[in-house]
Design a protein around this ligand. Sequence first.
Ligand code: 5GP
Length: 121
Amino acid sequence: MTEIKKYDNDNIFAKIIRGEIPCGKIFEDEHVLAFYDIAPQAPIHILVIPKGAYVDLADFSANASGDEITAFHRAVAQIVKDHDLTAGFRAISNAGGHGGQEVPHYHLHIVGGAPIGAMIP
Ligand code: 5GP
């Protein structure tokens, strides 16, 4: 186990998970929630988050259970299928200050529905 980063229980995605703030939910199971980004950067812009308290991808990858990690990636596959993203998509996870992460709860952006352009403009 790597060091567990301090998790802010009041971050916006924690509030969404607790049902305190609404979201455009598109997928939910025991471990995972997915919803539309409030400020979409592409025709399809979905956020996939674990329900567990993980700060970023490194925290999730190091400390989540096998069931949580499997559920997360199975959810991504289901979402890609449900949204007809077979023409392609990009999955992005920003982490920390250098990564430009705004919300300190691990999330994967899935963007698609049109050519996305250069990975790092
Ligand atoms: P980050 O920069 O942390 O990778 O991305 C955070 C994302 O969360 C941004 O794309 C932003 O538009 C989205 N976001 C922030 N607040 C809310 C919210 O209340 N609801 C939804 N659906 N998305 C949000």
